[in-house]
Ligand binder design. Structure first.
Ligand SMILES: Nc1nc2c(ncn2[C@@H]2O[C@H](COP(=O)(O)OP(=O)(O)O)[C@@H](O)[C@H]2O)c(=O)[nH]1
Ligand SMILES: [Mg+2]
Length: 422
């Protein structure tokens, strides 16, 4: 429980106020003073709590019925059920966390791999926010310089100031680039990537899915048209979550159910981050394969996989004769699977960098927008007002990441550190 007046609830349930930050063994009482359960009570007086308000934790034996009774008792005494995320929202409103940290609480809980959990923890500890704030501070310094220039007629702007301005802008650019790279990695850890297996029937799509996931998730048979529905399997490679989707083989079919499967396969392809086109090495690339390749969404990255190399006794390998990358493997023997795993990570943009922090789409969008404003600022070096405005917009984008919007912030900064009127 969190709030400003927990006293009546706490007294009602425990019959006393527990000593702050000590584990207090106590009965949890109903309206008649009968014990509902017995357990540990922890009291964190404001402001030293998660939410910054008074917080009381009751730890009982669990079990839905007894928990329900205890909850009911607290509601009777004036508490209400929290909304989703309300504790963290209050923590944000009370300045215990900034917005990026608050988001990372949810990301930590939702993390599907150890890597993702570690990077969420890094964001929760404020590494991402600190990086953003350091960028914002440098941006403010640059804005002060540029806004000071506004007071001079253009021909009187001191040259050293112009040189300094351009050097600072260049440095900002580089720092933003680095943060963006780490955030994009974090975003990949959070969201994972959607990889779709496609190709004509019987080339080994389902076999490859099973091979990658280490489980027999999809039926494999020598009868073409075995897979109908889209089969999804979550796997991880080096801690990066990947959602692999096996689809019905693409061909002209008379079977109504197979046609439905093929329609699903086509719509799944539209949403893929990466498409793996499977080919049968013993057949080479035939007209059906070419037709499939021609119909793929043109902008989605793709990898051509030549399966069944075991039948020709060929080695696993990667070849890149032109634009397209060809990988030769065997879903049956597993030869070439490591090559595939590494290639998938590379195609998804994973560099296994140290210090990756968890980030979301929202953050990436804000960083990209800030980057664009910096680029525009660079193009406005002759027009100081426009230059200053682009910087202001870039800063606004960055502030939206940590949830600090006030324009007054900047005014305060300027007046506290500058006194141009003197
Ligand atoms: N020799 C060999 N056979 C394979 C390989 N991969 C799949 N197959 C066989 O090819 C047939 C079709 O496989 P399946 O995974 O169902 O293909 P899909 O229709 O593309 O999903 C099955 O009989 C598999 O055992 C491989 O790498 N080598
Ligand atoms: Mg199949």
């Amino acid at each position: 429980m969190s709030g400003q007046s927990l006293d009546p609830v706490v007294r009602g349930v425990l019959g006393k106020i527990p000593v702050p930050r000590c584990a207090t063994y106590s009965s949890f009482l109903d309206a008649q003073g009968q014990a509902i359960d017995r357990g540990i009570a922890l009291f964190f007086p404001a402001p030293h709590s998660y939410t910054g308000e008074d917080v009381v934790e009751l730890q009982g034996h669990g079990g839905p019925a007894v928990l329900q009774l205890l909850l009911q008792r607290c509601l009777e005494l004036g508490a209400r059920l929290a909304q989703p995320g309300e504790f963290t929202r209050r923590a944000f409103l009370n300045d215990k966390l900034d917005l990026a940290q608050a988001e990372s609480v949810a990301d930590l809980i939702d993390a599907t791999t150890a890597q993702a959990a570690r990077s969420a923890m890094r964001s929760l500890q404020g590494e991402f926010s600190r990086a953003i704030r350091s960028l914002v501070e440098k941006m403010i310094a640059l804005r002060m310089l540029v806004e000071a220039m506004l007071d001079f007629p253009e021909e009187e702007i001191p040259m050293p100031d112009v040189v300094q301005r351009d050097a600072q802008l260049g440095a900002l650019h580089e720092e933003l680039e680095q943060i963006l790279r780490l955030a994009q990695q974090g975003c990949l850890l959070r969201e994972g990537a959607h990889i779709v297996l496609a190709g004509k029937p019987n080339v080994g799509k389902s076999s490859l899915l099973n091979c990658l996931s280490g489980e027999e998730v999809a039926l494999v048979s020598e009868t073409p048209g075995t897979t109908r529905d889209v089969i999804r399997q979550a796997i991880q490679i080096a801690g990066v979550p990947l959602h692999i989707m096996d689809t019905a083989g693409l061909r002209a079919s008379q079977d109504v159910v197979e046609q439905m499967g093929i329609a699903r396969a086509r719509s799944t392809l539209q949403k893929a981050d990466l498409i793996l086109i499977l080919l049968d090495t013993t057949d080479g690339i035939g007209p059906e394969d070419r037709k499939i390749l021609d119909e793929l969404p043109p902008d989605t990255p793709r990898l051509l996989i030549h399966n069944k190399i075991d039948l020709l006794d060929q080695p696993a390998r990667i070849e890149q004769p032109g634009k397209e990358c060809h990988l030769y493997l065997s879903a049956k023997t597993g030869a070439g699977l490591e090559l595939l795993r590494d290639k998938l990570l590379a195609l998804m943009g994973w560099h296994q960098e140290a210090g990756v922090f968890m980030a979301r789409e929202r953050h990436i969008r804000a960083l990209l927008a800030a980057q664009e404003h910096l680029q525009r600022a660079a193009g406005e070096s002759a027009r100081a007002e426009f230059f200053a405005e682009e910087l202001r917009l870039a800063q606004e984008q960055l502030n939206s990441i940590t949830g600090e919007f006030t324009a007054d912030d900047l005014l305060g900064e300027i007046f506290s550190r500058f006194c141009i009127g003197k």
